[in-house]
Design a protein. Sequence first.
Length: 184
Amino acid sequence: MAVRPNAAAKRWILKSSKRYKEIGATILGDDLYSRQPLCELILDEKLNFIFVCKQNSHKTLYEWINCLKTGSITTVETKHCKGKKTRIYTYRFANNIPLRDSDDALKVNWCELTITNEKGKDTYKSSWITNHLISKENVIEIVKAARARWKIENENNNVLKTKGYHLEHNFGHGKEYLSSTLVI
């Protein structure tokens, strides 16, 4: 049986939204989750979202991004020095972009981070969609939240998978408690 992550996410959201909407929780997820039905469910349940949004799986959104006039995409640049290494963090964002090619397309806010090393080589690039309105004042915090999901997944769950905990053998067993355990 194939694992259907959106079905599991929908079950968890419907079951748990009452608990988290009071605090204005934001759901984080990878590109699998950045689809209109799941985003609409999250909004209907009075929650927020930040999801990875890859160019190859969101062609309409990126067509809009690529067609926006100069000035419609805002850029913020920061310099980070760690020891002798310097990195330039370039944040780009735009608000109110259609998620898909349809008349009823959900409008989302998009942001991107590119990290460039001192030699001018890009060392990291990723982008996300969110329902949070993005501004120069909050784009860095939104990206920090978005990247936290990757850090949790790779530094926590991969340890559970590779150090004898056999997480992959347990994934999907039980509809009641495992999704809550993984979320926590």
